[in-house]
Write a protein that binds this ligand. Structure first.
Ligand code: HQG
Length: 179
């Protein structure tokens, strides 16, 4: 498989597991899991790939976008469809987290805080580099915001670890500063 094709498959997989399962007749359970064989059937039809390729895409995904368990598959984060997202993997939450965005959003974010917008959760990165990559989806020179995750946890906010991404419901502006 070429890098290009792997990326196309990964994007499509994100689409069906996060946003439009219904359009492909996929049912997500309350934790966001779909039947792996059903998903593979769709990917085979569309991209000519089978179980081994799909498993490799999931296993080697740099952000840990997907999880395969007991014959099922889910996206770990990023959903717009309603699933139960209040779970976290083990591991210490870093004291500082980052969020990359386009310059036009900064004023509003510093006023209203970080909101989940069209998704269920707010997504944060563990490094400035990762945040820049996220922001580059929107513009050439993204702004990186630093989030005082330690203080958020002390104040009782929940921060969840999902693969290499961290999520939360909302980040009030007092925890945010421009890097
Ligand atoms: C912005 C991808 C104005 C926020 C990425 C962002 C990530 C505000 C946009 C993951 C705002 C929402 C999620 C406010 C938030 N005023 N703008 N008050 N609050 N925003 O796509 O974090 O590669 O839903 O800054 O890499 O960009 O697909 O969130 O620009 O990890 O696996 O509203 O999705 O992961 O955009 O991306 P998104 P995101 P994958």
């Amino acid at each position: 498989l070429t890098q290009e094709k792997r990326e196309a498959i990964s994007k499509f997989l994100s689409g069906i597991l996060r946003h439009f399962p219904d359009s492909f007749g996929i049912r997500l359970d309350k934790n966001g899991f779909a039947d792996l064989d059903e998903v593979i059937r769709i990917l085979r039809e569309r991209y000519g790939v089978g179980k081994r390729e799909v498993e490799a895409i999931v296993l080697f995904d740099k952000k840990g976008r997907f999880e395969i368990k007991d014959g099922k598959i889910r996206a770990r984060y990023g959903h717009s469809v309603k699933v139960d997202y209040r779970w976290s993997e083990e591991g210490k939450i870093p004291e500082k987290l980052y969020h990359g965005t386009k310059p036009e959003n900064v004023k509003s974010i510093l006023k209203l805080g970080l909101l989940p917008m069209k998704r269920n959760e707010v997504h944060l990165s563990e490094s400035i580099d990762d945040a820049i990559e996220v922001g580059k989806r929107y513009c050439k020179n993204p702004v990186v915001l630093e989030i005082d995750a330690k203080k958020m946890l002390e104040d009782g906010f929940e921060i969840r670890k999902k693969g290499r991404v961290y999520t939360t419901d909302y980040v009030p502006s007092k925890y945010i500063k421009v890097v």
